[in-house]
Design a protein around this ligand. Structure first.
Ligand code: BTN
Length: 320
């Protein structure tokens, strides 16, 4: 543990109470100057720390940033056990892919407070203002390349469970990758993969979840169809707690998937699907497929019963 982490741990344990510089320095066996430097570094990280003359330091509030000091140490090998945090990068998916290409291990988590070039599906941009959860995870596992499309709904399920835990709100999954609350999009998932022959080398699972900002911060054309957790709840939420919940849920869902527990997972995904049972038109490439969305197939494709009664499976595209 660094001096900064150690000072933070003590101050967190006595939040709102002045802790003397002498106490910090003797408990941690570091100089008073090192304590002062650590307090300064914590302020830069966004912790509200006051130095009270001749008395010591008091932690008044935690940082709003998604720093590893707020997410906490995750079990070895789990999602988020290695964290790369940035203030502003172009795209967490791009950084995660670069890390993965140079050997970044399974479970690596890339977080950015804002993204200047966030990527959405189908070549779109993803608006990523401050206050959202913009993350990408590296996953390495023995997965058939054809199963790559199944990972997005698994993450969607994890996010829906975490939202339910944090807010009580019922999130629904709109095929293939949108998470809706009360019919409006609150999150999107962009899964990218590198495969050799038929085995996946690595997956990068990118999640954008609108949390602590107002949807009026989004471009006009998105604003009407989007929402944020803050808009839904009328209050700011603890982003670190939500991220921790997403990581834990995804850990257990991914483990169930690798164990082959496909039926149970598909049943859970179906239960919160906003798409099944609906009459839809899907734009898949240049083709339009219309009919009733009646099931998911084994590979995560959407089964459509067309108006002529014939069934078609669509593996990619979007509902128009
Ligand atoms: C979509 O609905 O179109 C998918 C949006 C995915 C956005 C997230 S934000 C974090 C990660 N990094 C990116 O550049 N994109 C994903």
């Amino acid at each position: 543990m660094s001096s900064k982490e150690a000072v933070l741990a003590i101050l967190k344990g006595k939040i709102g109470t002045v802790v003397s510089g002498q106490e910090l320095s003797s408990k941690l066996n570091i100089s008073r100057t090192a304590v002062w430097k650590a307090a300064g570094a914590l302020k830069v990280d966004g912790y509200l720390i006051e130095a009270v003359p001749r008395r010591g330091y008091v932690l008044l509030s935690l940082t709003e940033k998604l720093l590893s000091s707020e997410i906490g140490q995750r079990p070895p090998g789990s999602f988020g056990h290695i964290i790369h945090h940035f203030e502003d990068i172009s795209s967490t998916n791009e950084v995660a892919k670069r890390l993965a290409q140079s050997g970044g291990p399974h479970g690596t988590l890339v977080i950015s407070e804002t993204q200047s070039g966030g990527k959405g599906r189908l070549g779109r941009t993803w608006r990523s203002p401050s206050g959202g959860i913009w993350i990408s995870l590296i996953a390495r596992a023995d997965i058939d390349a054809r199963d790559g499309a199944k990972i997005t709904p698994l993450m969607a399920l994890a996010v829906a469970k975490a939202i339910k835990w944090a807010t009580g709100l019922e999130a629904k999954i709109k095929w293939p990758n949108d998470i809706l609350i009360n019919g409006r999009k609150v999150a999107g998932i962009l899964t990218e993969m590198a495969a050799e022959l038929d085995r996946i080398d690595f997956l990068v699972i990118g999640l954008g979840l609108n949390v602590n900002f107002n949807r009026s911060n989004l471009p006009k054309e998105l604003c009407d169809r989007a929402t944020t957790l803050m808009d839904e709840m009328g209050a700011r939420l603890d982003r670190a707690a939500i991220l921790r919940a997403i990581l834990s849920e995804f850990d257990s869902i991914f483990a169930r998937f690798l164990k082959g527990e496909r039926l149970g997972l598909t049943a859970e995904i179906k239960e919160i699907s906003a798409t099944l049972g609906q009459t839809v038109t899907i734009l898949s490439g240049s083709e339009e497929v219309s009919g009733k969305a009646c099931d998911f197939d084994d590979l995560g494709g959407l089964v459509i019963e067309q108006f002529d009664g014939k069934r078609r499976v669509v593996h990619s595209g979007e509902i128009v």
